[in-house]
Design a protein around this ligand. Structure first.
Ligand SMILES: [Zn+2]
Length: 440
């Protein structure tokens, strides 16, 4: 390593943003395929940055580029065609101006922006995205949805010299263990499970929780029938102290990933703000999707699209359902289909704007969701007749979802994303389509 870095020492570091290329005409339509081997190595590249601002404004500040282990994503699906998420990034080949990779996601910063605190103060969150390592120099571009119009706006770009000696070699000190291997890395969804708040002596407890997580996932359609293209690995990374921070009760512990309850003032909302640390540990296994298991029996969790999901490992009762519900959020951004009584306004689902989530609609842009699955003559809003059972239910548009009683509709009366039951037919189809893309 030393030798290679000496040779490269005279080369320029990251190119300044002043060299960024105008790419107005370089957009590759979603159905265009990029030949992986022409543009990418076998490795994963990671771009760390800080995302800061307040409820209305956001800024991005470059931190570092890291070269990590084998790229676990598809080599055929490189331009994410799903219009999900609040954030999007693109990798543009510097020489040709062509977009060679695109992915969408959401972050904890996006959620924080909807809190009252964000109207009176600025904050900064560490963030990070991963993509296959480009062979040649590239530009990374970040886009965010406009808060009002919901249209993508370019926010930041940074040119990267792939030969720069400032690219940090990945450090992968923790062992990974196979929990379930269904297929090869490139054509499977690779999930990594991470521990937090488990001490050195609690490896068995964590591994049991991982097995339970895997069993729970595969007990729900459509994951049951996709077992042969899903891989689950667990990274064993112990914490110095046992448990999870509970700031609302004055309890703080030295856990590895910094997970905590009372996120943004909500006791059961369990997350971590240390996302780059999460990526450091996740990199010890080939992965596309991260789920953190926390060593606590307190109810709670969370899940953010293409960011990470999180659940309590020690809770008895409906732990498996909570895992799978949160995974629905983190895998593909499925929206919550439940209602919060008396809730009439939501910053997440404003009137007149179509939710980007596959399982919710406001009929602003229903096309491409489940419109074609509703039989002619089905009343809208659809209702459940008194005394009817599930076999009588039809796909329709049931009012209530996205925490709102009125104005937002879901396709089926019950769902994993509503009341922790089976996934509804709308979610099942959306997950299957997403898996088809990831596993291509
Ligand atoms: Zn659903």
């Amino acid at each position: 390593m030393k030798k290679a870095y000496l040779i490269l020492a005279l080369l320029p570091m990251f190119m300044s943003c002043a060299t960024k290329r105008e790419i107005a005409n370089s957009y590759i339509p979603d159905n265009t395929t990029v030949a992986y081997n022409d543009f990418f190595t076998e490795n994963t590249m990671r771009f760390d940055f800080h995302h800061s601002g307040d409820s209305k404004n956001e800024m991005y500040h470059f931190d570092k580029v890291i070269r990590e282990g084998i790229w676990a994503g598809s080599r055929n699906s490189l331009i994410n065609p799903f219009n999900y998420g609040e954030q999007m990034f693109r990798i543009v080949d510097s020489a040709t101006g062509n977009v060679i990779y695109k992915n969408n996601y959401c972050t904890l910063f996006n959620e924080w922006q909807t809190t009252p605190e964000a109207t009176v103060t600025d904050r900064s969150f560490p963030e990070s995205v991963i993509f296959p390592e480009p062979k040649e120099n590239f530009i990374i571009e970040f886009y965010a949805r406009n808060k009002v119009s919901k249209i993508w706006e370019k926010k930041y770009s940074q040119a990267v010299n792939v030969k720069s000696y400032d690219i940090v070699p990945g450090n992968m000190p923790y062992e990974n263990n196979d929990i379930h291997i269904g297929g090869n890395i490139a054509n499977s969804l690779d999930i990594v499970l991470l521990p937090d708040g488990f001490t050195e002596t609690e490896k068995d407890k964590f591994m049991e929780a991982c097995k339970m997580w895997s069993d729970a996932l595969f007990s729900y359609a459509p994951f049951t029938q996709n077992k042969n293209r899903i891989n689950i690995r667990a990274v064993w990374a112990p914490s110095k102290e046992k448990g999870i921070d509970k700031p609302g009760t004055g309890k703080w512990v030295e856990n590895l990933l910094g997970t905590r309850f009372f996120t943004f003032g909500s006791e059961r909302y369990q997350m971590t703000e240390e996302f780059q640390k999460v990526r450091d540990v996740a990199a010890c296994a080939p992965y596309e999707s991260i789920f953190i298991l926390t060593n606590t029996d307190k109810y709670g969790g969370g899940g953010i699209y293409n960011f990470y999901g999180l659940g309590s490992a020690g809770k008895t009762g409906r732990t498996g359902e909570v895992y799978v519900h949160e995974f629905g959020h983190s895998l593909m951004g499925l929206g919550d289909e439940y209602i919060e009584k008396g809730n009439t306004v939501s910053a997440l689902y404003p009137e007149g704007k179509e939710p980007w989530e596959a399982n919710l609609t406001r009929f602003v842009d229903f096309n491409g969701k489940w419109e074609d699955k509703i039989a002619e003559g089905t009343p809208i809003p659809t209702t459940v007749a008194e005394g009817s059972t599930e076999k009588d239910w039809v796909i329709g548009a049931y009012e209530g979802g996205g925490y709102l009683e009125k104005g937002v509709y879901r396709g089926w009366p019950e769902c994993m994303m509503k009341a922790l039951t089976e996934f509804c037919p709308i979610c099942q189809e959306a997950i299957s389509k997403y898996l088809d893309y990831i596993c291509k």
